[in-house]
Design a protein. Structure first.
Length: 422
């Protein structure tokens, strides 16, 4: 009997993990982490290693890869993903160990073993993972991201991972035409009740607003995820010919270089290359002490202001109304970024922010209209499984799917098993 089990990402964002089994063999798609209110990592549920034939990875964000080395501790399991995902995963896990090593059940030796067992697969070519035939297609989320299709003798299970239909500087639109034969769709719902603004208008408003602050003598801090969002913002500013100083700080430099070394995965490698050549990396504390005093733009990790150089810059510019903090990333619950949006304060002890604060919708996740479009691309759809979203988002989108498509919809909890075919 074929079943699908949710190991993580059930009515929550992050620690993604989805297992498909035929009763004897299984394949797991993604195996990530998220964090509790004390910043300790939460790991997905475990599955029996005996019948586990391998892992397939959708992309390299920690909430999709952070737990993968666990299955390399006392055994050896193959992992499959794109070349871009493989290269970036190693960097992300190395940084994760550096920041949270005391709370992680594996060490560098397991990360190294994982990378030795990581098989780089091209888009569009079928490969075998145990008895399953698997294919990766571009998901449009970040460079190298993939939708995963698992073909069985009873039907096709497709897992979107994080997916986007909006063409960006970094990524092409997701190849949803490849989902035609899908009978069971496991789809993210990060923005299951939200409709995104038109991307071109967001970009234009963003650049004009940044320019307005800088020309008024201010410094703009843009907290951004090191992986993908920071490169997207750099590319947008470069394409628009932004003529004022732009600095970038954190892991951004290393990850941008990796992307440019694998430019076949980058939609507009020309503008990303222009940004990397034109804008200035912050090379250490001497630079860091200087750049916030100048009018210009600082792009710094982390995107939710949870540590990293962005917090240093925030503390330096927050009291000057000429300055600005422009958020461009998803702001998770209980993060300083979310606190700022809701209260105007970094934390309970902080003063009210005097610098200008604004959120720009640069999301690389599909909104509710696009999620419906993705489901409609599967002409043989029987079941829809909603993951990677809050309970409110899952429940809201489930109702919409039932109304519009009339198919069987599941919004499972972690640990729940869904029967597929007997």
């Amino acid at each position: 009997m074929y079943t699908l089990r949710i190991l993580g990402g059930g009515k929550e964002v992050g620690r993604a993990g989805v297992e498909v089994t035929d009763g004897s063999n299984s394949v797991v798609m993604d195996y990530g982490v998220n964090f509790d209110q004390n910043d300790k990592p939460n790991f997905p549920l475990q599955t029996s290693p005996r019948g586990l034939t391998g892992f397939v990875v959708s992309h390299a964000h920690l909430d999709h890869v952070g737990a993968l080395p666990i299955y390399q501790i006392s055994g050896s399991k193959p992992v499959y993903g794109t070349l871009m995902t493989k290269v970036i995963t190693e960097v992300m896990l190395k940084d994760f160990l550096k920041l949270s090593g005391a709370h992680i059940p594996y060490e560098w030796v397991e990360v190294k073993k994982l990378m030795d067992n990581f098989n780089s697969m091209p888009y569009g070519e079928e490969f075998e993972v145990g008895p399953f035939k698997v294919r990766l297609d571009d998901a449009g989320h970040i460079p190298g991201s993939a939708m995963v299709s698992v073909k069985t003798d009873r039907g096709v299970v497709s897992y979107t991972g994080d997916i986007n239909l909006t063409e960006t500087k970094l990524s092409n639109r997701a190849e949803i035409e490849k989902l035609k034969e899908t009978s069971v769709m496991v789809i993210e719902t990060t923005y299951g009740t939200f409709r995104h603004l038109e991307r071109q208008k967001v970009e234009e408003q963003f650049v004009e607003t940044v320019k307005e602050v800088v020309e008024g003598g201010g410094t703009v801090l843009i907290p951004a995820f090191s992986l993908s969002r920071s490169q997207e913002i750099m590319a947008v500013l470069a394409e628009k010919g932004f003529e004022y100083p732009v600095y970038f700080d954190g892991m951004i430099r290393e990850l941008t270089r990796m992307m440019l070394d694998n430019r076949q995965f980058i939609h507009r490698a020309d503008v990303l290359s222009k940004a990397f050549e034109t804008f200035q990396p912050v090379r250490g504390w001497e630079d860091r002490h200087k750049v916030w005093r100048e009018r210009g733009v600082i792009i710094a990790s982390a995107g939710m202001l949870k540590g990293g150089p962005s917090v240093y810059y925030f503390k330096r510019i927050e009291d000057n109304p000429k300055n600005a903090v422009f958020l461009v990333s998803y702001q998770g619950d209980r993060t300083p970024g979310r606190k700022l949006l809701e209260t105007g304060k970094f934390d309970e002890q902080s003063k009210l922010l005097k610098a200008r604060l604004q959120l720009f919708d640069f999301s690389s996740h599909a909104g509710k209209d696009q999620l419906l479009e993705i489901l409609k691309a599967a002409s043989q759809l029987e079941k829809v499984v909603l993951v990677h979203g809050s309970e409110q988002s899952v429940n809201g989108f489930a109702q919409l799917v039932r109304e519009k498509l009339g198919v069987e919809v599941f919004g499972p909890e972690n640990g729940q098993e869904i029967p597929l075919w007997s």
